[in-house]
Every structure is written in structure tokens, then in C-alpha cells.
Design a protein around this ligand. Structure first.
Ligand code: NAI
Ligand code: A1CAB
Length: 288
């Protein structure tokens, strides 16, 4: 199976790396990126065909993964629609863009799928949710995403919530990792040692959680020795209602997914064209 990844940015590159690491031959992967200089860098780095022409890449592929920002999806679909065969499969990786809007841009008969995956595809540990119109045979696409992690199939109305939890989810942990590393460094720890400790702690904790059938809250109790250090930390987290804050953050992300779906294409295109910087967590350093 030949695939095309249209718009190799943060997510597209993570998926590309995961697929190559899974053993997919570079000759089976076609990609596009902008500008042409980035396409050339990617081609050199990964030994695959990377251009700027979406229609040319789509012509080569059995399965087309659309990895541009939500506002650019429909424009890219318009570019590839004329070259797609009736048995083509188009998978949108974008947040918010509903299946009906994808199908509306493509020739009848083309299979349309939405996939919400995440940057852990790079380490072949992504959590991917797929949704497609009723009756779609998703076996081939499940197999593709299983190469870069674990795949589930869901109903489309769940996609905004899954985008918040699964797509944006790694950002919650990176936020925590950054805050914990900062606390360790501010306390005098060597930055490299702090990074190694926090990374390994998160990895070990996630593996422990995944290997258990018990709820996270119960496993948390195992660590919480009465009157001990964890209890002291939890008192602070609970006083700040961090659990409610996390719920509100998930809700905000899911709502943004719904808002993205409502953006009119012209407005969305304008926003996509603007070089919007990624929001960063403000750096807070406590005085030494
Ligand atoms: N970044 C993430 O962790 C996740 C992103 N997503 C979705 O993936 C999509 C991409 O997100 P990011 O990778 O963060 O954005 P990004 O901006 O890093 O990547 C998009 C890439 O598409 C390229 N591009 C723009 N217009 C193009 C066109 N007409 N033809 C070819 N390439 C074009 C851009 O140059 C850029 O490199 C979005 O729709 C987002 O909702 C979904 C889950 C996780
Ligand atoms: O921030 C975003 O909009 C994308 C979708 C999920 C993760 N990143």
C-alpha cells in the first residue's frame, strides 16, 4: 500500500517517523510540505519523495493522509479531488473538520475517514481514534495506524472529546513535565539530571498504570503513605482544585474542536495562512 502525507508539519512528521520506524519502505511514502525548502530538507532527512504539489503526491497513493491545519484541509481536498480514483481512501488527521465537509469536497465513492492521533506516533506509541461513515471497512486504516500505536474506532460525535484527551493530551503531560523539571532545577538540581529523572518517572508511571486494571485513583493511593510526602503534595493540588482545572481544560479543547468545525472556509484559510505562533506556557522561575 502506498500512502501520501499531505502537509508534513509537527504531526505529519511524527506519523512519518513512526511509519518508517515500523518498517514501511520509504518508497511507499509520498509527502508534501511547504515551503519547498522544507520539502527538500524532509526528503533528504527521510529518503522519501517530498514535494509541494498535493495532487502529484495523491496520484501516487492508495491512502492519502491530510495533515495540514484544519483551516487548510478543504483547500487541499479541492487540489487532490480531480486526481483521486474511485477506490481512493482519504484520511483527515485534522481537529474539528467533520466527515460531511470532507466528503463534500471529494468525488463520490472515495472513502473518507477521520483519524485523531498524537505526536507519540513518533515513538510508535500513539493513541489513535478512527471514525468513518457507517459501513466503511476500516481494516486497512486500522492496520496503518496500528503501526504507530494503538487504534480504536469511535462514533464521530466523540471526536472533539478524543481530540482534547488524545490529540492534545500529550501537552498536558509535557506541561506537567516542564513544571516538575522547573521545580527540581529551581531547587538546585542539575538540569540534565532533572530532565532524566522526570522523563523516566513519567515513563515508569505510565507503564505501571497501563499494566494495571485498577483505576488511576487507586494506584495513586498506593503511593500515598499517610502523613507522608505524597499526601503533602496532594493537599496542595487539591487545594488548588487541579482536577477541576484539568476537566475545564479538556472541555475548552473539545469546544475549540467544535468551533473549528464551524469556521467558514474563507476565514479558516486566512487563519491557516497566517504564521500563528504556538502558544507557550509562560516561563515562571521562582527566585533563588
Ligand atoms: N500537532 C499535534 O500534536 C496534532 C495535530 N493534529 C492535527 O494535525 C494537523 C496539523 O497540525 P500540526 O502538525 O500541529 O500543524 P503544522 O503547522 O505543524 O503542520 C502543518 C504543515 O502543513 C504545511 N502546509 C500548509 N498548507 C499546505 C498545503 N496547502 N499543502 C501542503 N502542505 C501545507 C505547513 O507548511 C506545515 O508544515 C492539524 O489539522 C491538527 O488539528 C491532530 C492531532 C495532534
Ligand atoms: O492543538 C491543536 O489544535 C492540535 C489538535 C490536537 C493537538 N494539536
Amino acid at each position: 500500500m502506498d500512502i501520501a502525507i499531505l502537509g508534513v508539519g509537527s504531526l505529519g512528521e511524527a506519523v512519518l517517523i513512526g511509519l518508517l520506524e515500523s518498517g514501511m519502505p520509504p518508497a511507499q511514502i509520498w509527502a508534501t510540505a511547504q515551503p519547498a525548502e522544507r520539502a527538500a530538507v524532509l526528503a533528504d532527512a527521510y529518503g522519501i519523495e517530498v514535494g509541494t504539489d498535493n495532487a502529484s503526491a495523491a496520484t501516487e497513493a492508495d491512502v492519502v493522509l491530510v495533515a495540514v491545519r484544519p483551516g487548510a484541509v478543504e483547500g487541499v481536498l479541492d487540489e487532490i479531488a480531480p486526481v483521486l480514483e474511485g477506490d481512493a481512501v482519504v484520511v483527515s488527521l485534522a481537529a474539528g473538520v467533520p466527515l460531511r465537509r470532507i466528503a463534500a469536497r471529494l468525488p463520490e465513492g472515495v472513502t473518507t475517514v477521520r483519524a485523531m492521533t498524537n505526536v507519540a506516533a513518533r515513538a510508535r506509541e500513539a493513541a489513535t481514534a478512527l471514525t468513518a461513515p457507517d459501513g466503511t471497512d476500516l481494516t486497512e486504516i486500522e492496520d496503518l495506524f496500528d503501526r504507530v500505536g494503538v487504534t480504536v474506532t469511535v462514533e464521530e460525535p466523540m471526536m472533539d472529546l478524543i481530540t482534547a484527551v488524545g490529540g492534545s493530551g500529550p501537552a498536558f503531560l509535557f506541561y506537567l513535565a516542564d513544571a516538575m523539571t522547573t521545580a527540581a532545577v529551581d531547587g538546585g538540581m542539575d538540569p540534565h539530571a532533572a530532565r532524566v529523572m522526570v522523563d523516566q518517572m513519567l515513563l515508569g508511571a505510565c507503564l505501571h498504570l497501563q499494566s494495571s486494571d485498577r483505576p488511576a485513583a487507586e494506584i495513586l493511593d498506593d503511593i500515598t503513605t499517610p502523613g507522608g510526602t505524597t499526601a503533602a503534595a496532594l493537599d496542595v493540588l487539591n487545594a488548588a482544585a487541579v482536577d477541576d482545572t484539568v476537566k475545564r481544560a479538556v472541555g475548552a479543547a473539545a469546544r475549540r474542536g467544535r468551533d473549528l468545525a464551524r469556521l467558514t472556509p474563507p476565514l479558516a484559510r486566512v487563519r491557516a495562512a497566517a504564521p500563528s505562533p504556538r502558544p507557550r506556557r509562560p516561563r515562571r522561575r521562582s527566585p533563588r
